[in-house]
Design a binder for this molecule. Sequence first.
Ligand SMILES: Cc1cc2nc3c(=O)[nH]c(=O)nc-3n(C[C@H](O)[C@H](O)[C@H](O)COP(=O)(O)OP(=O)(O)OC[C@H]3O[C@@H](n4cnc5c(N)ncnc54)[C@H](O)[C@@H]3O)c2cc1C
Ligand code: SF4
Length: 557
Amino acid sequence: MIIEKKHLTGSRNLDNVDFCIIGSGAAGGVLAFYLSRAGKKVVVLEKGAYWPPEELGMREVALSTRLLAADTFKPTSGQYSRVNILHGECYGGGTVSSESVTWDFPRVIQEDWAKLGLTSYSPDNPKLEEYRLELRRLLEVQPVADEHHNPNNQLLKIACQREGIEWASVDRPCSFCMRCGFCTQGCRYGLKNDSANTFLKWANEKGADVYTGAEVTRIRVNYPEAGDWPWSEKLRPANPARKAEIERQLQTRQAPHQGHKFTVEARMTDRKQRLPRGVEPEALSLTVKARRVIVSAGAIASPRILLRSGLNTNGRVGKDFTLHSGAFTLARFQDSVIDCNEGINDTVECTHYMDFYRDRPYFEPERHGFFIEAAGSLPWGIANLLPGSGTQHLALIKDFRQIGGMEVTVKGDGVGQVTEDAILYDISDHDNERLIFGSQLVAKLFFRVGAVECYPSFPGMVLRSPEDIKLIENRQGRRRLGFKNKQSHLHSGHAFGGCIMGLDRKSSVVDERCEMHDLKGLFVCDGSSFPTTVGVNNCLSIMFVARKTADQILGLA
Ligand SMILES: Cc1cc2nc3c(=O)[nH]c(=O)nc-3n(C[C@H](O)[C@H](O)[C@H](O)COP(=O)(O)OP(=O)(O)OC[C@H]3O[C@@H](n4cnc5c(N)ncnc54)[C@H](O)[C@@H]3O)c2cc1C
Ligand code: SF4
């Protein structure tokens, strides 16, 4: 059942819950389905509102601010770069506003993780292929037909062909699509197989309850178990008599709570209510007593929930935060109508320099490890990205129909930190090199197909010919600033880390099963548990890790 504040008459306390899942996005949806299918009592707490299909789509500004978290519009606090991190906050999480470009969890990343000691992710594990095929089948993932690429996507395809570099038609989780172009506002036809339309729906059918508008404020640990730090340490060298005494003490603490190791505290509000500025919404309290808790609130919120709950025993929570950073370039054409907001948005990608082509002879680790998407946008998004102000800006907006867009996204290796109220993050020198190289390539591709002007992600910068492409380096004397420049507009929809997976409790937060090293029964499974970035659109990778985690929790893998 989907339960909103309007369905409650007062505060509510739930107990006897097997799994309390925090967050209903890519990971939370998958976990809710597989655990409830196995007969477990599952309660999902979701901070954002529930938007049924008929309330979605076609309202760009209104929905961007309702489907996405408010801090999407507040950039990271870096010393020399700024990145806006887009992340979903609604029933279905980021999958609802996703462009729905779908890539498998890359094999090279499985190999990388296996090298980190996470051997169950090795491509030799036959279960992984089963999970991959199962998810693709359930989500009805299929390639976009060639005749369904809109003119903006056709431009990228033709430009890559002219340049002699590889491109691909992307896969999407849709068996049928009206091609309305409003994917980022949620699919009003219910055709996009996001978490809301698939795993959450099936979890509801299996008896899971999803509370929406329910923001988790704290997780309380009611009693420790032998595997929890520091008890695990105390028990290790103890002589048998001492050990038996400690175990007895642990059992005594456990008894009054009847196996409910955790209490999750949340406040429920009506997220659709429009209130005057400064007026706090009326809130009800919701507490869930659960045997096990899975934090799947995304790479920004998951570490914050643990930090606010004082669950950071090894000091690693919030650390090792990584991103795929992206830079848009728009281009204006003289006579051709592009209408980049019509039809499906991202259906063609330039794959030539992707990280998973590391074995290609032309691959240079310093510059490659990025992809380019034909990223059109809706009018408000385009208006925000066009340079200039006043009459200059207005003149460009008038040419809206002749504007195309492409986006370069790098598999970032800058490492930052999520704190309770900030994100400390800077792109690395390596990211900067790739963003410069990638954005120069984008401008070159646009000029190859007849653009008259290109507008990279720097305020006021206009490139009028291929000779201007070097301006993207942003030289200041002998220094190349590139995107290490707070004026540049960088953004990311792909955040990772903050509660990373690893073997060692001193350097990571969760183990290979996504269970906290220091607190048994508390799992963190979503983008935050990824020890590395993945180099492709990441939604299916997150679902894949959640699928595997569900089986491991159930003892099936
Ligand atoms: C606009 C946009 C476009 C994207 N396009 C693509 C794409 O085309 N292809 C692709 O592969 N990926 C895409 N992504 C990325 C992908 O959607 C995300 O990486 C993915 O959804 C992250 O999954 P997650 O489970 O880590 O977190 P999320 O899906 O973000 O889910 C986390 C959920 O937790 C909830 N939550 C947060 N805090 C709390 C709290 N305190 N209490 C209760 N609930 C809480 C949030 O509201 C949210 O619903 C896009 C993302 C965005 C934002
Ligand atoms: S483009 Fe297709 S999947 Fe996206 S919102 Fe429109 S109908 Fe739905």
